[in-house]
Design a protein around this ligand. Structure first.
Ligand code: ADP
Ligand code: MG
Length: 449
């Protein structure tokens, strides 16, 4: 046989990443999420155990993906592949949707994720308003004043988690017919219904639920026909006193391309936000996620990750996953240390570091020229704004290792040639314009301290 046998642990990691990449072409989003939740454990180079975080993920993969997964791994020299679920009874407290555990509640097939629950959501000042609101609307009692519940905030901050948690709780409280869908699914299914002349069935399906949960509703922006359908569904459910929960990446009034009547209805119930987590919250989330996965995360390591990954919870989870993979698979059950963590998160830390550097450069340049960051990043070509902007771009190029493309992104520019022009222009003026050269050096000295 001409199979390649992986020679070291690093290669296992790459091999698994390769497998995920080749599966991407044949899997839908949900399947990819399930696949990415797997932790490979290398028994020996040709025999692997794939550890699913719970039985639901295991089932999902068994149902449709296992043979392809086995074949893909087989082609890479891993001839024996076993799929197992982590033995963590805590994860299975909530009955799976559609299971025959709750009498009448078994009749409605819901596509809620049972792993997203209130119990495993870490509450903090940044999210406790949204948490309380989601809990309030998913009990036994219906509150007309909180309908719809509109949760908004940046990406990766727990909106979908709270929405699924509310859905799961609604079902536990006997409001069983919970329909969860993304804004994108709504649009796609509606258009398919239009094309197949099955609008009536589509409308009926949505208008007879106990609760309708639409995730990332900003997707409706600019989709006029879908908005009209949604408007009628929305009104009918409100009239029938059925709960509606919506999530969005921005405040209702700021959704581009959304009809005014929908904007005002979206904001007519209870509107709450989720914000980026504070460092203490990031620490608590890491500890909680590690515990859920039976991974011993030392305090100093948790602290290090919480301090250094400050974008959102999804990135935080991604970072933890990398550390766990490094310790369990690559190093073969080693205790996590800061050194291992630094190596595992090298790329992420670099991006984060660059971002804080460029933020600082922009701040210093803007302050020095007495303009706002908004002006510095604006499209205005006025000289008193364009000059500082060019200077900030050139300084970023000189003081960071960022590519032209990333610099362009950090300055909200589509095209990296803008950055290139700025750098050339600044270079020229530093040669020929004494005052400009002095300014440039002064600002640089402030930045580098
Ligand atoms: P959003 O929908 O806002 O983009 P998600 O709900 O998908 O974000 O959250 C991203 C990931 O972070 C999910 O895996 C979720 O479980 C996790 N997460 C977010 N906030 C929290 C929290 N407060 N406690 C526990 N996990 C969280
Ligand atoms: Mg989401």
């Amino acid at each position: 046989m001409s199979h390649k046998t992986p020679a070291n642990h690093e290669q296992y990691h790459h091999l698994w990443q390769d497998v995920l990449l080749s599966m991407k072409g044949i899997c839908n989003n949900d399947q990819m999420v399930a696949l990415e939740s797997l932790t490979p454990q290398v028994v020996n180079p040709t025999s692997w155990v794939l550890l699913a975080p719970n039985k639901f993920a295991q089932k999902e993969i068994e149902k449709t993906l296992l043979p392809v997964l086995q074949m893909t791994l087989h082609n890479k020299g891993v001839t024996k592949v076993e799929l197992k679920a982590t033995d963590n009874p805590d994860l299975f407290n909530t009955p799976a949707p559609g299971k025959k555990s709750g009498g009448a509640t078994a009749s409605f097939e819901s596509n809620l994720n049972p792993d997203y629950r209130f119990e495993n959501f870490v509450t903090a000042p940044s999210n406790n308003e949204a948490f309380a609101a989601a809990e309030r609307v998913s009990g036994k009692t219906f509150f007309a004043d909180s309908n719809p519940l509109f949760i908004y905030g940046g990406t990766g901050l727990g909106k979908s988690h709270l929405m699924h948690a509310a859905g799961n709780a609604l079902r536990r409280h006997g409001r069983n017919a919970v329909m969860y869908m993304t804004g994108e699914q709504f649009v796609n299914e509606f258009l398919a219904a239009l094309a197949g002349k099955t609008q009536k069935a589509f409308s009926n399906r949505l208008r007879n639920v106990d609760a309708l949960l639409v995730d990332d509703v900003q997707f409706l922006g600019g989709k006029d026909q879908s908005q009209a359908e949604f408007f009628h569904t929305f009104n009918e459910l409100i009239d029938k006193k059925r709960q509606i929960i919506l999530t969005c990446d921005r405040y209702p009034k700021e959704i581009e391309g959304l009809e005014a009547r929908l904007k005002s209805r979206f904001g007519a119930g209870l509107t709450v936000s989720v914000r980026a987590p504070e460092p203490e919250t990031r620490y608590a989330i890491l500890k909680s996620k590690a515990k859920e996965q039976h991974f011993n995360l030392p305090d100093d390591v948790a602290f290090f990750i919480a301090e250094n990954i400050n974008s959102n919870v999804r990135d935080l989870e991604g970072a933890l996953k990398k550390v766990i993979f490094q310790c369990q698979v690559i190093k073969g059950d080693t205790e996590a240390t800061i050194a291992i963590t630094k190596a595992a998160l090298y790329d992420q830390l670099q991006i984060q570091k660059n971002q804080s550097n460029v933020d600082n450069i922009q701040k210093v340049v803007a302050q020095y020229h007495s303009i706002s960051i908004g002006d510095l990043l604006s499209a205005s070509r006025r000289k008193n704004l364009a000059d500082p902007r060019m200077m900030a771009m050139a300084l970023t190029r000189e003081l960071t290792d960022m590519s032209l493309k990333s610099i362009a992104e950090s300055f909200h520019r589509k095209d990296h040639s803008t950055v290139l022009n700025a750098i050339e222009n600044v270079e020229e003026r530093r040669k020929n314009d004494l005052r400009f050269r002095e300014e440039y050096e002064t600002v640089k000295a402030i930045i580098t301290g």
